[in-house]
Design a protein around this ligand. Structure first.
Ligand SMILES: Nc1ncnc2c1ncn2[C@@H]1O[C@H](COP(=O)(O)OP(=O)(O)OP(=O)(O)O)[C@@H](O)[C@H]1O
Length: 580
């Protein structure tokens, strides 16, 4: 417990340290907070002076000075409050922007290990929601409470200066106020937090309904999903009503306790005034000060209440920021590669103690075509991942033209490799932009040339707006095969030295299949090519086939050799042909 308090404190200290980089904005915030606290102190005091010196003695000669000062205090209060609200937001948004930018950059720069145990939703929530909570509580809340504390201290100090005895009596109701703010306010805030969770739940049900619409229809799950939705809806209503109940209880109770202190002041202060121990003006000032407690007390306790959730959010944020699985871009810059690749006793594990590749030795000469085959989960994609340097070997080396991959900068290496992954991702934007992104130096003419070369041009031209069709729209229009053709065009635009084709599992119609195959062969021409072959038909174009099983190479040779040998490859081939 103690150590967790300590680590919370150090998290908070670190956060504040980082936020202090916006010193100038913070200075404006502090200035406005102090001004605002002072401005709220003045009116009750001025009122007491007005009553004692001018109103009661019936001396209105210089009354206007007090009236003017009162007005000035009100205007100053308004000015500082506005300044405070605005600059707290400015400061908060700057802190928020920094945090989000750092988190986003971190995600882009992280090695793939980083993503293993984090879902998309989890990361999005950390970058969007957790930073929001931190801003609400640790920036707006903390600074707001600082202002409240200042006001409280100021009010108490002013009261002490006016009358010590009356101050103690007035403060008698403060514990009650704290109790109400803590107990009922706490219930209200918890209920409010619950409404937010319920709203998030509603949006996730809607999201899942849209994303899984086909599956829902196919399995006739409409009623069940509807049922779940109305259940969550009911829970949301309940949560909101609970908030309404607690709000309805809390604020009037707070007002009553506040009035209680006013009554005490009137009774006791009145008695003192009657005895001539204090002036009427001072009693009036106390009445006004007594009413100013409840807001600040509620603010400070509210902050204390939400601190725990904000610290938890902060912890989740720093967990991402401190993750050390970063891709470094150090190393030798390569302009071109001959395309020779060698695996030298490569072992690899995603999770410690569970090797996925177990001593791979593989020679891939420049411009040769290698097909990697094997059962699902054998480790084929992992081999491609290592060539791309998404990961580095746990043991052993991958050499490019005889240079250890670890010594080559990832960026320059990847620039020389055309990678066609199994899952093709099209970014928001047009088809043209999606292909162009492969090569920042290429022009639109290059894209068209490449597409013509691969035989993709005709089908793109058949889309509603040709190359300008948006990818989102195209996502719905394009078949798997067509998406693959776009991905092939993307790879060719890079004019790579090495090509990796993780050929998609899904079957496409024979005509598209032939088109895809032709495009693949075109892309592979004259380039070192690694084909992860899920369908074995393509292997006949390979110079060498490598059969992988359980992380080891169990057979390799030319297609003819392996078929003649009737070994592992032959069995795989026969079983696939049998299926077909
Ligand atoms: N990111 C990862 N984290 C942990 N284990 C992984 C990860 N990716 C793959 N694996 C595991 O490594 C093994 C090899 O996976 P790999 O994707 O290389 O197989 P594959 O031969 O390409 O299979 P498929 O034909 O299904 O694509 C599998 O057991 C898989 O569960």
């Amino acid at each position: 417990m103690e150590s967790s308090t300590k680590s919370s404190l150090s998290l908070l200290r670190r956060f504040i340290g980082e936020a202090l980089s916006h010193r100038r904005t913070l200075a404006v915030v502090l200035f406005s907070i102090i001004g605002s606290a002072l401005a709220t102190l003045a009116p009750p005091y001025l009122l007491s002076v007005a009553i004692d010196r001018y109103i009661l003695p019936g001396n209105y000669g210089r009354f206007w000075v007090i009236a003017l000062l009162y007005l000035l205090a009100l205007v100053a209060g308004w000015f500082f409050a506005t300044l405070q609200t605005f600059y707290i937001e400015v400061f908060g948004q700057k802190v928020l922007r920094d945090l989000r930018a750092r988190l986003h950059e971190k995600v882009l720069r992280s090695s793939l290990d980083f993503f293993k145990d984090k879902s998309t939703g989890d990361l999005v929530s950390r970058i969007v929601n957790d930073t929001g909570i931190v801003n609400d509580v640790l920036v707006s809340g903390l600074l707001g409470s600082l202002g409240s504390l200042l006001s409280l201290v100021g009010i108490i100090a002013a009261m002490f200066l006016l009358d010590v005895k009356l101050t103690f009596v007035t403060l008698a109701s403060v514990p009650l106020m704290v109790l109400v703010a803590y107990y009922f306010g706490g219930k209200m805030r918890r209920a409010y937090r619950e409404t937010r969770q319920k709203i998030a739940k509603i949006s996730s049900v809607v999201e899942e309904s849209v994303a899984g619409i086909e599956t829902i229809r196919a399995f006739g799950r409409e009623k069940a999903v509807e049922g779940e939705f109305s259940k969550v809806s009911r829970e949301t209503i309940k949560a909101y009503l609970r908030v309404a109940v607690y709000m309805g209880l809390f604020w009037p109770l707070m007002n009553i306790t506040s009035l209680l202190s006013v009554i005490i002041v009137i009774a006791y202060g009145g008695y003192l005034a009657y005895q001539g121990a204090v002036s009427v003006g001072v009693v009036v000032a106390f009445i006004q000060y007594a009413q100013r407690f409840r807001g600040p007390i509620n603010d400070v306790i509210g902050l204390y209440d939400s601190l725990q959730s904000a610290l938890a959010a902060l912890e989740r944020i720093y967990e991402v920021l401190d993750d050390e699985n970063i891709e470094d871009y150090e190393g030798v810059h390569v302009e071109r590669l001959n395309g020779e690749i060698e695996f030298e006793d490569v072992w690899f594990e995603y999770e410690r103690g569970r090797p996925v590749l177990k001593g791979i030795n593989l020679q891939i000469p420049p411009a040769s075509k290698i097909a990697i085959v094997g059962r699902t989960g054998a480790g084929k994609t992992t081999i491609a991942n290592l060539i791309m340097r998404f990961y580095d070997p746990t043991e052993g080396r991958v050499l490019y033209d005889g240079i250890d991959g670890r010594r080559i900068s990832r960026k320059s290496l990847r620039r020389r490799i055309g990678y066609v992954p199994q899952e093709i991702y099209l970014f928001p934007g047009t088809i043209m932009e999606n292909i162009l992104m492969a090569n920042p130096d290429a022009s639109e003419e290059d894209v068209i040339r490449v597409c013509k070369e691969l035989g993709v041009h005709e089908f793109i031209m058949r889309l509603p707006r040709g190359y300008e069709t948006s990818a989102g729209e195209a996502g719905k229009l394009l078949s798997v095969g067509e998406r693959q053709l776009i991905s092939l065009a993307r790879a060719l635009l890079k004019d790579p030295d090495i090509v990796i084709l993780d050929e998609a599992l899904s079957s496409v119609d024979p005509k598209t299949e032939r088109q895809v195959q032709d495009a693949m062969l075109k892309l592979m021409e004259g380039r070192t090519s690694i084909i992860i072959a899920h369908r074995l038909g393509i292997t006949r174009f390979a110079d060498k086939i490598v059969v992988v099983e359980d992380g080891r190479i169990i057979e390799e040779g030319s297609p003819e050799e392996l078929l003649k040998k009737k070994g592992h490859f032959y069995k795989l081939y026969a079983s696939q042909m049998g299926e077909a």
